[in-house]
Each structure stands twice: as C-alpha cells, then as structure tokens.
Design a protein around this ligand. Structure first.
Ligand SMILES: Nc1ncnc2c1ncn2[C@@H]1O[C@H](COP(=O)(O)OP(=O)(O)OP(=O)(O)O)[C@@H](O)[C@H]1O
Ligand SMILES: [Mg+2]
Length: 323
C-alpha cells in the first residue's frame, strides 16, 4: 500500500474586494495506493476547492495561502507548469460533475479521445484508434465505432459521463479524481457508473479520490472517508468506522439523514440551520450553532483529535477518549 498522494496543511482563499476568505482551511490528508478516499460534506464546504488544488485547476480569483501537495517526491503546488502538464491526464486525471464543461462540443468523441492518448505519447494512428474503441467498450459503450464519430450533444448525460471516464482512464492514470461524477444522473445510471469505477479500480489498481454529498455513495465506494464542514476536515476515518461509530455530531447528522430501507421516508431527518458563510465564520467550533451537543468549550476552535483509528474535530474527544 503506502501513501500515494499527500495533502499537507492546505489553505486556499478567495479574494473578495480587499479581503481574502478561506474556502479551505488547514486541510491535511493522504491517499493510499489502490484505495478510494471519499470526501463528503454539504454544498460549499470546500470539497471541489481542496481537490482542484491537486492539479492546480483552481478558479482565477483563488489563492493558495499555504500547504504542500506531495506526489512522487514533488510538491504539485510548487511544480513548474511543464511538470504539471506531464502529470495531468497521464498520472492524475480528473472527472467533473457536468461532462459538458470538459467535453468539446464541436469535436467528435473519437478525436477528443485520440487527443488525450497523444497528449502524453505519440501512438500510431491504428493503435490509438484501437485503444479508444477498447476503452469505450470497457466503460460500457456497446457501439464504440459509432460513438467515435458522434458529437457530445448526441448522447445522454449518462453516456457522456461514460465518455468522460473513458477519457480520464485512457492513459491509465495512477490517480483518478472524480468530483461528484454521478450527481446529475438518475439512480440506475448512477449505479452503473459507480460499479464501472470500482471495476476500473480493481483492474488497473487506480487510486481514487471520490467527492460526493451522498452517504449512500460513500458506503459503496470508500475505503477511507473525510468529512468536511465549512472548509475544514471535521472527521477522518475508515468507512467501516465511520458508519459503525461516527463521532462528530455533524457526521452523526449526515448519517441520520440517510434513508433506511423499509422505513417510511416522509420524515427524513435533516440537520437544522445552515453552514456559516466564509465571510462570517464564527470563532470556535464552526458547527456549534447547529450542534445538539454544544457546550462552553465549543467557543474555542477545536483541534483534530485522534480517536480510535480516526480523527475528529470536536472538543468531546479532546482527551482521546472514545466517547
Ligand atoms: N469561483 C469562486 N469564487 C469565489 N468563491 C468561490 C469560488 N468557488 C468556490 N468559492 C468559495 O469556496 C467555497 C467552497 O467551494 P467548493 O466549490 O469547494 O464547495 P463544494 O464543497 O465543492 O460544494 P458543492 O457540493 O456545491 O460542489 C464556497 O463556499 C465558496 O464560498
Ligand atoms: Mg463541488
């Protein structure tokens, strides 16, 4: 196994007038070789910003305030653009929530796939074509020949997402970053895409960082899980530990809001209140306004405490007790 990618104390801010608000604060995690790490949390908590930093695909208005992202002995945050270009798509590739933002509407799927193949090594045309068709078949597209000649708009959302996965996997990357790749799809298609990603992981040994806000997806995909809240990691643990012994009150809330099979679903639990805005972050624990277990000690910003095999940012665990 071993660590394949390490993100250390990453802090990313956005400029807003003269101020800078941190969207991601002091985030540290690592990805083990051949494993799937899920990052989960409500909209706006910093999931995309924290993974877009890996390939330096952050929005213009952002600024990396501190941190290191180590991959193969280099810090991706400091690496030259040339080095990063060699890593993008070849060693680390990324799939996004909405495939149309990353597919070129005016180019056939075949041409786009061939460009991805050739971006890193020149392959004879016949061989490249063959590789593309095989990859399309691999992602469950039956008529690969026809697909190669089609344009993105000729496909449904699920098919486009398959094409995106084919494009991301064609260079057999060591790491695949998938930012909510199934959120826009209906449930059956979502299940197919998830099983496809598991298959690729098992066959190619690809390590995966998978972002979702759906705990059901976490249960299916993850080896390890990071729970984020308001730009911070609030809990880190193995998937089994997270589901059997969730610690942070926010994680408990997320799990309570999961529907259970056989239960009436008209009374789905949801966590009351909303995430504080970046410009107005409360001092102390960022979850305290919404927390059922808050106490005076929550006015001090909690560290990430070790608890059992995992970590939790909650004062209830400050003594290392497994409460
Ligand atoms: N382009 C931007 N300009 C200004 N602020 C931004 C921008 N993108 C993100 N942010 C800020 O960073 C925070 C984190 O955004 P991010 O996209 O990482 O959230 P997320 O967890 O991926 O949410 P979602 O589940 O909706 O995709 C947001 O709450 C927002 O305040
Ligand atoms: Mg996002």
């Amino acid at each position: 196994m071993g660590k394949q990618l390490e993100v250390k104390s990453l802090t990313v801010g956005f400029r807003s007038g003269r101020e800078v608000h941190n969207a991601v604060s002091n985030v540290t995690y690592y990805l083990n070789r051949g494993e799937t790490l899920c990052i989960v949390g409500e909209s706006g908590c910093g999931k995309s910003v924290s993974v877009s930093s890996i390939l330096r695909l952050l929005p213009e208005s952002s600024t990396v305030i501190s941190g290191e992202i180590l991959f193969g002995g280099i810090d991706l945050l400091q690496a030259e653009e040339k080095t990063l270009d060699q890593i993008r798509g070849d060693k680390i590739s990324m799939i996004f929530q909405e495939p149309m933002t990353s597919l070129n509407p005016s180019m056939t799927i075949g041409r786009q796939l061939i460009e991805s193949v050739n971006a890193h090594e020149r392959v004879p045309k016949e061989k490249a074509l063959d590789l593309c068709k095989r990859m399309l078949t691999e992602v469950g597209i039956h008529d690969a020949e026809r697909c190669m000649n089609a344009y993105p708009h000729e496909f449904s959302g699920g098919m486009r997402q398959r094409v995106m996965i084919a494009m991301a996997m064609i260079c057999k990357p060591e790491i695949l970053i998938a930012d909510e790749p199934t959120t826009a799809l209906d449930v059956t298609v979502q299940a197919q895409i998830l099983s496809l990603m598991r298959k690729l992981k098992n066959e190619y040994g690809t390590s995966i960082i998978f972002i979702t806000h759906d705990m059901g997806v976490v249960a299916e995909m993850a080896d390890d899980v990071i729970v984020m809240y308001a730009g911070e990691i609030v809990e880190k643990s193995s998937v089994t530990e997270l589901f059997t012994n969730p610690k942070h009150p926010y994680t408990k809330g997320l799990l309570a809001s999961l529907p259970h099979i056989g239960e009436k679903q008209n009374r789905l639990y949801s966590i009351e209140g909303t995430v504080p805005s970046l410009a107005n972050m409360p001092a102390g624990c960022r979850f305290k306004q919404r927390c059922k277990e808050k106490c005076d000690a929550c006015n001090v910003h909690p560290d990430l405490y070790k608890s059992g095999e995992g970590y939790v940012r909650c004062v209830l665990y400050s003594r290392g007790d497994d409460l």
